[in-house]
Design a protein around this ligand. Structure first.
Ligand code: ATP
Length: 269
């Protein structure tokens, strides 16, 4: 189960340059995760502890996983990912053992960045210890907290968690010594959307594509949506037997992604 539950990458190939519109968040992540790994003595000489864990929170598809991978890339660290939802849905009864394995593996592969996606699945406010399923979820969470208590903040293992449901989180995990550094990763604004489109279209042969105008008309789309938009634009070019991608292709892709031409009969929420 251990091999299935964790995604391990020697050194991810995502870099900060691949991330659009999150300059502030990149700085914060570098400070909280990268500095303690690369310059632990800095913290010693100032006499403070680095953050124990970092929590990235924000809507789906905004680049949280990319941020975690980019830090691992920059620090030449092993990236070990585990999804909170899998721990409670797929590996029922094995949660706390898997958490133990996770830290064990990280210590064997130092330096390492542990990324726990969907942490809300194991640390939700609504968890009620009276039902047995929830007791198991709580045990998993307790194991995580005890592993975090047991390691040295200045060591070679850093922990990043992510959630799309910050409001649902059990506040106990945000206490000092736990996930004590919060970084909000918002939906991209205009400038961010333009950068994300440009980044994803970098390898494309584009003809007269106005990324600024596209950014203007894609409010509400996430980074993941914008990545699909670029792919769709490429698909339109392929369908037309072209290798150059035009503004028209991007416009068509935008209409498709944003569901602009809702056909009649589409249920209205
Ligand atoms: P989730 O909460 O659903 O796990 P996430 O916030 O972790 O999402 P990512 O997995 O980092 O999102 O992003 C998914 C994909 O969307 C990325 O692989 C990338 O192609 C694209 N993407 C998202 N955000 C950005 C961004 N800021 N810059 C460039 N690409 C982005």
């Amino acid at each position: 189960a251990r091999a299935q539950a964790m995604e391990v990458t020697g050194r991810p190939d995502v870099t900060y340059a691949d991330i659009g519109g999150l300059d502030e968040q990149i700085l914060e992540v570098r400070e909280a995760v990268e500095e303690p790994l690369l310059n632990p003595e800095q913290f010693d000489s100032v006499g403070i502890e680095p953050p124990a864990g970092v929590l990235l929170h924000g809507p789906p598809g905004t680049g949280k996983t990319m941020l975690a991978k980019a830090v691992a890339n920059e620090t030449d660290a092993t990236f070990i990912k585990m999804a909170g939802s899998e721990l409670v849905q797929k590996f029922i009864g094995e949660g706390s053992r898997l958490v133990r394995d996770l830290f064990q593996l990280a210590s064997e592969r130092e330096p390492a960045v542990i990324f726990i996606d969907e942490i809300d699945a194991i640390a939700s406010k609504r968890t009620d210890s009276k039902t047995s399923g929830d007791a198991e979820v709580q045990r998993t969470m307790m194991q995580l907290l005890s592993e975090m208590d047991g390691f040295d903040e200045r060591g070679e293992i850093r922990i990043i968690a992510a959630t799309n449901r910050f409001d649902m989180l059990d506040r106990a995990i945000l206490r000092p010594g736990r996930f004590d550094r919060l970084i909000e990763v918002p939906e991209p604004a205009h400038e961010g959307r333009r950068r994300i489109l440009e980044i994803h279209a970098e390898g494309m042969d584009v003809d007269d594509v106005d990324f600024d105008a596209l950014a203007e008309r894609t409010e509400g789309l996430s980074g993941a949506d914008l990545a699909s938009l670029v792919t769709e634009a490429g698909m339109f070019a392929i369908r037309d037997d072209r290798t150059t991608v035009t503004m028209r292709d991007f416009e068509d892709a935008r209409a498709k992604i944003t569901d602009e031409d809702d056909s009649p009969g589409t249920p209205v929420a």
